[in-house]
Write a protein that binds this ligand. Sequence first.
Ligand SMILES: [Zn+2]
Length: 467
Amino acid sequence: MPELPEVRTVVAILNNEVIGKKIKNVEIIYERIVQNDLNFFKDELKDQSIIKVEALGKFIIFHLTNNLILISHLRMEGKYSLLNKDEKNPPHSCVIFYFYDNTKLVYHDTRKFGIMELKTTYNYLTSKPLSNLGPEPFKIDENNIENIYKKITKNKPIKELLMDQSIICGIGNIYADEILFKAKINPLTKGKDISFEKFKEIVSISKSTLTKAINLGGSTIKSYHPKDGIDGKFQNELVCYGHYGKPCPNCGTLFHKIFLNGRGTTFCPNCQINYELKKAVGITGIIGSGKSECLEIFNELGFKTLSCDKIIKNLYENNDELKQKINKLFFYKALDKNKNKLNYSIMRQFISQDEILHENLENLVFPFVEDVLINEIKNSNYTLIIEVPLLFKAHLQYLFKKIIYVESNKETILERLKLRGSKNPLADYELYLKNNNFKISDNVIILKNNSDLNSLKEQIIKISKDL
Ligand SMILES: [Zn+2]
């Protein structure tokens, strides 16, 4: 969806192309785009000329003679093309403005979500939709910033608030991800947890990011093209949006993606910390390294502990949405229909023969586990110690103030795997090693677990004093 920089680019092109043109007649092909009575729309626009075109947030505003204002919103896919009268209309043409100079401005929109509404200079700013808009980031200064900050201090994720056009207008999904990455703020952070100082920083980053994007003609993502054949260049400058799975330019940690209100949201789990969540300690390490032993010791020391294996088991038993999704993934063979129970032995059988299916199952389950973890951590008044076998693979670093990585030597692990009945301990070991790729950052504590239980206990007692 075009955001402020893209709309500005479209407006700059329209100002070059249509100023001074006089409308001969209007053809409405797709009626729902036009919010007025159709005949009124056509009659009023006939014989009027375009004086100037402006942008306000994501809206395009045509100023016409006779005090007319045409408000247009491109929504997902709307586009304008100026053509000669006899040229073929683009596919999905919705509204066509024919000019006296034998050219036509065609509004075309594959999704047909765009809107147009005719207003007057007297009412266009004081009636909906424009009366509902907050200021563009550029219009935020010392006179209004405290007022806007008040609207940000809500119990909602900051990303949602930044995209709320009634608070600040012009920022959508792409630029919200970029701005929050640059400000090192986790998109899930509640607005009420953002300090006034931090908000000032967000505003300043918004201004610089959007200015740079405007100068580069916006971002060409999927279907946004300011003009046929001309692409925006800002997509090359995007450092976070769309970079899921790629390394963060600041720290090398792989970008994580979650869904926030149905919108894909990318962030660095290491740089964009959510302080509200950073109360827990994660224990991870490859299979057979002794994570559960460590958790047990923490438990004995009086810590509140949680294990992801238990969370997953609970989800498998009680979460109907997940059960249905797993069933679908396993070709509708994983669910025992009468009892509405997952059949683990069938699932194991499938997985053992299909590594990609195993991977897909993990990717399906991770977000559910993530939701449970976020809730548990938020609602806990204590430091929770949580065993998360695939912490790094699932990009969950952002949930933990400290991460304990349990390490054992290869021989010890192979021995433990054999004891657990692994048929091919070496293959298991190598697979888990591959999944535990991580970058050592300041908050990772390495715990050696090769010898006896007493030495492990001693190390944990030492660590636990700082948690
Ligand atoms: Zn980073």
